[in-house]
Design a protein around this ligand. Structure first.
Ligand SMILES: [Zn+2]
Length: 79
């Protein structure tokens, strides 16, 4: 049984959505195999999976779909 490096909680194999964020570029990768800490929720990816995720960032693949994402600003509320 693997343990979380941050809190020592139990890691469970789960399928998650990876969120990439870099300056003004965002994308999601759905159905990514990860190990998720049952205590703090920290996601851990295997080296193979991490490499794949980096490849998505290099835009070698076309996205399956594009969604519109609402962006709020905590300090600049528009109500
Ligand atoms: Zn943890």
């Amino acid at each position: 049984m693997n343990r979380c490096v941050f809190c020592g909680g139990e890691l469970k194999k789960e399928t998650v959505t990876f969120v990439y964020e870099d300056d003004d570029r965002y994308f999601f990768v759905e159905h990514v195999p990860a190990e998720v800490c049952s205590k703090c929720g920290e996601k851990t990816y295997s080296p193979e999976v991490t490499e794949e995720l980096i490849n998505f960032g290099r835009q070698k693949c076309k996205p399956l779909k594009t969604v519109e994402v609402p962006v709020f600003d905590f300090e600049e509320k528009v109500c």
